[in-house]
Write a protein that binds this ligand. Sequence first.
Ligand SMILES: Nc1nc2c(c(=O)[nH]1)N[C@@H](CN(C=O)c1ccc(C(=O)N[C@@H](CCC(=O)O)C(=O)O)cc1)CN2
Length: 291
Amino acid sequence: MPARIIDGKLIAQQSREALALQVAEFTAETGVTPRLAAVLVGDDPASQVYVSSKQKACASVGMASDLFRLPATTTQAELLELVDRLNHDPSIHGILVQLPLPSHIDPEAVLDATHPMKDVDCFHAENVGLLIQGRPRYLPCTPHGVQVLLEASGVSTDGAHVVVLGRSDIVGKPLANLLALKGPGGNATVTLCHSRTRNIASFTRQADILVAAIGQPLFVKADMVREGAVVIDVGTNRLDGKLVGDVAFHEVSEKAAAITPVPGGVGPMTIAMLLKNTLTAARLQTKTIVR
Ligand SMILES: Nc1nc2c(c(=O)[nH]1)N[C@@H](CN(C=O)c1ccc(C(=O)N[C@@H](CCC(=O)O)C(=O)O)cc1)CN2
């Protein structure tokens, strides 16, 4: 039987609708509108699309956003100066610096410079540390999106064997940590595989839940997947002008119990989770009057 499709577009929309109510309530109580600053350096076409989607998503839930567009020739010092200005602007609750940055800028220096309270991407070392210790301030957007997709589709991670392909700082590493935490949405047994893993298929075939975030188009084939597994595709690769994931969708969906498509799977969830963090940031930075 072909796999059930996990509809990220729909689940992200439901998440935004729920969030819009929370934003309205927060603003009515405090008079504060949560505000996100997006920083885009250079002309990467995909990054322009993602940043514009983030701004539209902010507006759709009643949040404000500002876009700071800088040319590709911007120096690291100039970017750090802008981040410092945003750190000190009390009207801004969340800062996101869109990645990738031009190659002459060290992303670590920029992410380290973002104030941890405004780090709504959850990339700052302090926030990553808090997550790993099981007391997160913010949840990393794509990993949290994967977690919400699983929950919304009735797929429990409790005691499940999750195999994560890819060890990036944005997806693989934080996702492995998030799913291994104690509590609902966690409690998984996690195996983290990467490009140097020997006989990777011997691991993927053991997965109850397989998450592909390895950045290689159509890497996961049907013979790498256990019958009845749940497959989550985080890949966004351009192949012959078309957007494809890390999973060979058609053949794998004949074997999996449930699968996310690309587009329309994890991608929209990343943005929905960013909005959640921006509201959390606004709450943390606003002294709410207790009535
Ligand atoms: N500062 C950050 N930079 C980057 C992040 C991030 O979380 N923070 N993640 C990715 C890009 N990304 C968000 O920024 C992102 C990627 C994909 C999508 C998405 O909705 N994709 C759609 C397809 C859109 C298309 O046609 O290209 C989908 O999968 O349905 C949203 C956000 C790297 N950089």
